[in-house]
Design a protein around this ligand. Structure first.
Ligand code: PMP
Length: 304
């Protein structure tokens, strides 16, 4: 059972989570016409009355962009102010995850985005590790990520997650932990809810924006951090065979943080993962506000 934070934002007001309910006729439920964000928050280890949010501005901007695909004008600063108020009302004690969501809230029957009511809600839940920090075994999915010509991949559109769900279930039901999806060109794309990185000969390689990936905020952070520590980063198409002979492979996402990959199908990856570990330590220090060079990535919400 999930531990939900007690207060949600729903229909322009803060209400008890249990009272934030929608109708079975809700348009978005039928057509996947929603879009969401996902942020992690923690209590500041240095100052217990502070909540820390990692790259809040980026998350709000991506959701605002996603909302545009739904023909919904929701400015990033509006999203940000609701999230900050949401945290002040909930005062979460443990590590948590915030799920802001925009959707067609109308009860109308036809698929469309024009002349239809929209709403924006926010709720949260306590969240520890999403994937095992020890690492995961991955299956190459038989499901491919959608292409941008049939799906707005720069949005985090809820309907797209049928593919992620099929891939994840296929992987888990066949004895793996996670799925790696290829894109429509057969190149490596991402996991069910994470971007992917490959390390070969000390160089970091990750599929570029032309590979139908989600523009992950953790991915962007890792690229910046890796370059700042003098590592070479190449954004380009990645073949499946490159994954299998890599020195290290890791997944990145808000929920998954940096998760090492231990095995891809029947190919075991090396046990030593120095670059993955180095980046993971660096990212944890930043999210906990322990790195003075990256304080601009951490938004502090004072609770007092
Ligand atoms: N790809 C997909 C499909 C995702 O759902 C996520 C999680 N938001 C990511 C990548 C990673 O994105 P981020 O680092 O912004 O969480």
């Amino acid at each position: 059972m999930q531990n939900f934070l007690p207060i949600a934002y729903f229909q322009n007001q803060f209400v008890p989570f249990a009272e934030a309910k929608i109708s079975i006729a809700t348009h978005a439920l039928h057509y996947g016409t929603g879009a969401f964000g996902g942020l992690r928050g923690i209590r500041d280890p240095q100052s217990a009355n502070n909540i820390l949010l990692f790259r809040l501005d980026r998350h709000c901007q991506r959701l605002s962009n996603s909302a545009k695909f739904l023909h919904y004008d929701l400015p990033a600063d509006k999203i940000q102010s609701v999230i900050v108020d949401f945290i002040k009302k909930n005062k979460p004690e443990k590590s948590f995850y915030i799920r802001p969501f925009v959707y067609t809230s109308d009860l109308g029957i036809a698929p469309r985005l024009h002349k239809i009511e929209k709403d924006f809600f926010v709720y949260g839940l306590e969240l520890g590790d999403y994937l095992s920090p020890e690492g995961v075994n991955c299956r190459i999915s038989s499901w491919h990520r959608q292409e941008d010509r049939s799906f707005p991949l720069r949005g985090k559109i809820s309907g797209a997650y049928i593919t992620s769900s099929l891939a994840k279930t296929e992987a888990v039901e066949s004895g793996f932990d996670e799925a790696i999806l290829l894109n429509s060109q057969g190149k490596v794309c991402e996991a069910s809810g994470m971007n992917i990185f490959v390390v070969r000969d000390g160089k970091i390689i990750t599929p570029g924006f032309d590979q139908d990936i989600l523009e992950g905020i953790t991915r962007d952070s890792i690229i910046t951090l890796a370059k700042a520590s003098g590592l070479e980063v190449v954004e380009r198409a990645v073949d499946k065979s490159e994954l299998l002979i890599a020195d290290e492979v890791f997944l990145s996402g808000t929920a998954a943080k940096i998760t090492p990959v231990k095995r891809i199908e029947n190919y075991a990856l090396p046990v030593e993962k120095p670059i993955t570990e180095k980046l993971r330590d660096k990212l944890s220090a930043i999210t906990e506000n322990r790195d003075s060079n990256y304080k601009h990535w951490v938004y502090e919400v004072p609770l007092a």
